[in-house]
Write a protein that binds this ligand. Structure first.
Ligand SMILES: [Zn+2]
Length: 112
């Protein structure tokens, strides 16, 4: 599920929430979403542990929100096409190596 999809789902859940309907006395058992709205991303999902960053939360740089999701989707698509092209079997191993490379890259990355 991508970010936009999750956002849409959360909105639908909010609209369907019994607390939003006025004057009704309908009690729907088993249909209540017990997942709280995440304060970091505003979506409904199991809460992150205290001090932990929500993976859906947008990166904030000097008060400005940067939507990293679209870049991550691009990365995912690049990985998927290479996995297919190279016929990579051990995807987990590939991703572990990729993460090591990404960390190295980010540590050495300088703007300009
Ligand atoms: Zn969240």
């Amino acid at each position: 599920m991508d970010f936009e999809e999750a956002k849409a789902k959360a909105l639908i859940q909010q609209m369907q929430s019994p607390s939003q309907t006025s004057g009704g006395s309908i009690s729907v058992s088993g249909a209540v979403n017990t997942e709280p709205v995440c304060p970091q991303c505003g979506l409904l999902h199991p809460p992150v542990r205290p001090g932990e960053k929500c993976p859906n939360a947008p990166i904030k740089i000097e008060g400005e929100k940067v939507d990293t999701t679209k870049f991550l989707v691009d990365l995912k698509n690049i990985c998927a096409s290479q996995i297919e092209k190279k016929n990579i079997k051990d995807v987990e191993k590939m991703f572990k190596s990729l993460i090591v490379e990404i960390i190295k890259f980010l540590e050495n990355y300088k703007e300009k």
